[in-house]
Ligand binder design. Sequence first.
Ligand SMILES: *Cc1c(COP(=O)(O)O)cnc(C)c1O
Length: 239
Amino acid sequence: MTDRKDEIAGNLARVEERIAAACAAAGRSRDEVTLIVVTKTYPAADVRVLAELGVRHVAENRDQEAAPKAAECSDLPLTWHFVGQLQTNKVRSVVGYADVVQSVDRPRLVVALSKEAVRAGREVGCLIQVALDAGESGRGERGGVAPEGIGELADLVARSEGLRLDGLMTVAPLTGQYAGRQRAAFDRLMDLSTDLRRDHPAATMVSAGMSADLEHAVAAGATHVRVGTAVLGVRPRLG
Ligand SMILES: *Cc1c(COP(=O)(O)O)cnc(C)c1O
């Protein structure tokens, strides 16, 4: 039986090598890319191990699971990212532990986040989640706003008390014109980031790339990759 810490350390080393190789291939410095480990479905004990191994950014996608986990790990020097679809009735809880919400995709959510951030006396970083596969509705299947909607939402975040506009996030689409074309999808996100930074120069974060496609994201210029499976293992279903 391999000790869990050894297993995670081995996986982490392999992911670190992949990121370093992708940075080298792209002519980028390794410190331009931040690894966020997605800990959904894995216990607080694993989060503790990650912190011991030097991980400083973790992400969760469901408040019911994340809230108790973050509470158990509140002594650790971690930045918590929320990356899941977020209902407004969960905002008060999420603002209690999340440093960055990466799934900001509609005005109502911005208003709720601002209100709760002010109430909690916290500043919450916000990424606009972009749906590159958004249909007629202007919204993605798994959340996100269509590219046309970024500007208005970004302006709203930027003028909302308690919130800080940090940049953009996307998940490579499974359907539509970008299906199976992660590099093209991430290139498009970078173009949208360039547009955004004309009005909001501090919004430099570009969160893209997961276990299967982090190389494409680094090649395109992502500043943050969100990796779950490759570090912690294949999740049991429902995650
Ligand atoms: C689960 C998840 C990830 C990580 O996916 P892996 O394939 O396990 O690396 C990244 N981003 C979001 C939004 C997720 O929900």
